[in-house]
Design a protein around this ligand. Sequence first.
Ligand code: C5P
Length: 215
Amino acid sequence: MKKIIAIDGTFASGKGTLAKKLAASFGYAYLDTGKLYRAVGLRALKSKTNLDDAKKLAKLATDITPAELDDLALKSGPVGAAASKVAVHTEVRAALFEFQRNFAANPGRQYKGSILDGRDIGTVICPDADVKLYVDAQPSVRAERRYKELLSYGEDMSLEKVTADLIERDTRDQTRAEAPLTPAENAHLLDTTNLSIDAAFMQAKTLVETILSQT
Ligand code: C5P
């Protein structure tokens, strides 16, 4: 049986980097599910669709293609903010459900399993995942990381604005009615506040190895 690893966590907690490294190390297929919501956000911005119009947004979400997920435009701040706004709608989440479930269940012959990272993987998309991690870090540390990331893309935004956006995004993700960001009951918590990428990876790797050896 192929395994499924669910990695959820807050914005800029390091979960994406961690998930990518774990996938490479274990030979698993990897899906950054945030990109699906970002792709819907980008389509909405391009087509000037109202971010409150759940029906129209759900339509935009029905035929997102894997190729679209490679678009570098998905990484921008405005697209991330739009993603978090479209993600509150039940209809949008439902439209993206199949894509994620399919990926988790069918990672491809060459892979031993799949790793998905997002906000609701352990709670909603893959509640039976073999391993569930919940990654978090103090807001000021996450804001600093995101600030540096945006600078590397050439986006000019003050640290204050990045911090305010991050808190707004956390609040929206954690308080929405549908699939709010919260650790799954059986998730293992990883706080990366004081950890380098390598240290976080080593901790997560050991944890995943231990859990998988017991399944
Ligand atoms: O992780 P990332 O910042 O790319 O996600 C963008 C937004 O998409 C998040 O703020 C969240 O609102 C939404 N999202 C979600 N569920 C997921 C992944 C992302 O609601 N599984």
